[in-house]
Design a protein around this ligand. Sequence first.
Ligand SMILES: [Zn+2]
Length: 222
Amino acid sequence: MTKPSGTICNDTRASAGRPPPRAGEGQDGPSTPPQAPQIERATGLLAGVRQVLSPHFDARPKGVTPELIVVHGISLPPGEFGGPWIDRLFAGDLPPDAHSSFRDVAALRVSAHALIRRGGGITQYVPFGMRAWHAGESQYQGRSGCNDFSIGIELEGTDTTPYTDAQYESLAALVRALLAGYPTLSTDRIAGHSDIAPGRKTDPGPGFEWERWRRMLHQPNA
Ligand SMILES: [Zn+2]
């Protein structure tokens, strides 16, 4: 068994040998996508969204602000949607015996700032001003340690299952809120996990249509 890499989202082993679930299969999140989520700068929290605060975070390095948005894909167990397991992983509370795939990941201390479920519902785990532990060993434009200066957003899915319309809309709305809340972010600095950890990570995978999503980001009413 290979050593856990420090992040849990999809890698080359995650979806091997499993038929992809249908889009929209499984339980949706508890809430519909917010139309215009707002970030409270003082707390780094999104107003009006579900919050399951993770113990897996710490302060960003002194003087460092979010400059990069990283899009991930995750499912637990791999290829299955719905259920409490992503929350419990990020909460440090994943029972290793609940599924055969959990044994190797239950002890990982990982998190993301937010998760967007198949139905578009957002859960926040870490305040955006703090450092979540989502990227692992990574590099963006020559700068390593992307957790220091990035915001990590997980989409519930697999690399090869189409992400849902609600997820595209919700991600666009969330990123617009982040751009408004953190002037050091830019539409030019949004990457997939696979872009900052090539050869190690594959998420969000070819199932995520970047061009389509960028059009939605720039044309919210299109
Ligand atoms: Zn990832």
